[in-house]
Design a protein around this ligand. Structure first.
Ligand SMILES: [Zn+2]
Length: 181
């Protein structure tokens, strides 16, 4: 089995400033430059899903998990014209044992599709927990027109309302992680 490569130097040394006008695709270096917690665990050789590379997280929330170690996840959250990145870690390999609702996108998911993630606080005092879709693809889930066997959107809400709520909840999560930092 391949082992996860650990950067020899902290990524801080290679931080790239984010150009607010740039439409360049998101690559691992750019993601590393906006992470506010656990930056040292981020690898510049990380693989980003195609949908992440082409996304514009200044306008919409983007979330994904590492394909090879799915307990590691990341969220990019629009913030004041820029982007804040959060590193998350799933509390366990198995998701909720019964149907559960994602606290970020509000989608109700069957057993195993929602799990508790922890975001370390950069101030070094503990973590913030959030129950969310295991794939962290919440931004895709809020755009569903109708329920599927594994995704049941919050009843009586429009896609625009769900997108706004997702952004607000993610911004609140960022606020909780950064509180006191
Ligand atoms: Zn979700």
């Amino acid at each position: 089995m391949p082992t996860t490569a650990t950067p020899r130097t902290p990524d801080d040394a290679d931080r790239t400033p984010v150009d607010p006008g740039a439409a360049a695709p998101w690559d691992p270096a750019r993601v590393g430059s906006v992470l506010v917690n656990r930056r040292r665990g981020w690898s510049r050789r990380a693989r980003l899903p195609e949908r992440v590379r082409g996304a514009d997280p200044r306008r919409e929330v983007v979330g994904w998990c590492d394909a090879r170690s799915p307990e590691h996840g990341w969220l990019l959250v629009p913030s004041g014209g820029g982007v804040v990145g959060l590193a998350l870690r799933a509390a366990g390999r198995r998701g909720a044992e019964s149907e559960a609702q994602c606290e970020l996108c509000g989608t109700t998911r069957p057993a195993g599709h929602v799990t508790v993630f922890a975001a370390a606080r950069p101030a070094g005092d503990g973590e913030v927990a959030v129950r969310a879709c295991r794939d962290l693809a919440c931004a895709e889930h809020v755009r569903l027109l109708r329920a599927t066997p594994t995704l049941r959107p919050r009843a009586g809400t429009s896609i625009a309302e769900r997108e706004r709520a997702l952004h607000e909840r993610c911004a609140a999560l960022v606020g909780a992680v950064l509180a006191g930092a």
